[in-house]
Design a protein around this ligand. Structure first.
Ligand code: NAD
Length: 267
């Protein structure tokens, strides 16, 4: 099916909840073709589709485990067949599986790496391959494709008890930068957003608990927990021609969490 001129086709991984759902809705509101990838939450994906369509976008739901190569290949094949190409990949799917380091099983390490790092590698590689086949696409003189990695402030802030998660996000930082350097001459842009604390399912045991929420707010100079929209607005900007000269950059969307708030009174 041919796409309308200037309508972006955007694949969002892990779009059945939280930040991924927020990003899918934001692109839908701008009339995009939004591919809603999900892992197991079919109901969540259907909810995202409803909201994308209500905003004026066109949606397509595709189930795939981003850590499984054959499933990722199939998903990209279906995307490019349905929409005649791809403009934007939002590499969002991610999990936590926390444990004290001495108790961390190899399975916990590998699960997190598989989704958070291998999954982002596989999807990025397929996006680069898709962009390479569609030269001449995109706004005149601007990028022919965009990748946005959803990383975390824990790509630079160490996190005790979450070594697997922080290592995966640190890996994304160099994956993003090295890839950005490699593909910039092909007019492909690659950036990351590193969220601070955003209220989603991944951390609901923290923001739903009064005491834990209070402790968390101590780490946020701006004194509020973020919302999926805070991330979605930046993702839309990074995927648009308005940010055409930005590549290889991480935008920290964290209410100041990376400003070392412990130094407010102890400098
Ligand atoms: P979430 O749990 O709501 O979303 C994660 C999504 O990834 C879910 O939809 C889940 O189904 C999907 N997913 C998990 N494994 C998958 C797989 N193998 N294949 C495909 N999809 C899979 O949590 P969220 O907060 O929206 O997380 C989204 C991203 O944001 C993650 O990468 C997370 O690390 C990152 N992040 C979140 C926060 C936060 O405070 N919420 C902070 C920093 C970074």
């Amino acid at each position: 099916m041919a796409i309308k001129e200037n309508v972006q086709t955007v694949l969002v991984t892990g779009a059945s909840s939280g930040i991924g759902q927020g990003i899918a809705i934001a692109f839908g509101m701008r009339g995009a073709n939004v591919v809603i990838n999900y892992y197991s939450d079919e109901k969540g994906a259907a909810d995202t589709l409803k909201k994308v369509e209500a905003g004026g976008g066109k949606g397509l739901i595709l189930k795939a485990d981003v850590g499984e190569e054959d499933e990722v290949l199939r998903m990209f094949k279906e995307v490019t067949e349905e929409f005649d190409g791809l403009d934007v990949l939002i590499n969002n799917a991610g999990i936590q599986d926390d444990s004290a380091f001495a108790d961390m099983s190899l399975e916990q390490w590998e699960n997190v790496m598989s989704t958070n790092l291998t999954g982002q590698f596989l999807c990025a590689r397929e996006a680069i391959r898709a962009f390479g086949k569609q030269k001449g696409r995109g706004a005149k003189g601007k990028a022919i494709g965009n990748i946005v990695f959803i990383s975390s402030v824990h790509d630079i802030i160490p996190w005790a008890g979450h070594v697997n998660y922080a290592s995966s996000k640190g890996g994304i930082l160099m994956l993003m930068k090295s890839l950005a350097l490699e593909v910039a001459p092909q007019k492909i842009r690659v950036n990351a957003i590193s969220p601070g604390a955003i209220a989603t399912d991944i951390n609901d045991e923290v923001w739903k608990d009064k005491k834990k929420k209070k402790d968390l707010l101590e780490l946020i100079p701006y004194k509020r927990i973020g919302l999926p929209e805070d991330i979605a607005n930046v993702a839309v900007f990074l995927a648009s021609p308005d940010s055409d000269y930005i590549t290889g950059t991480t935008i920290y969307v964290d209410g100041g969490m990376t400003l070392y708030p412990g130094f407010v009174e102890n400098g």
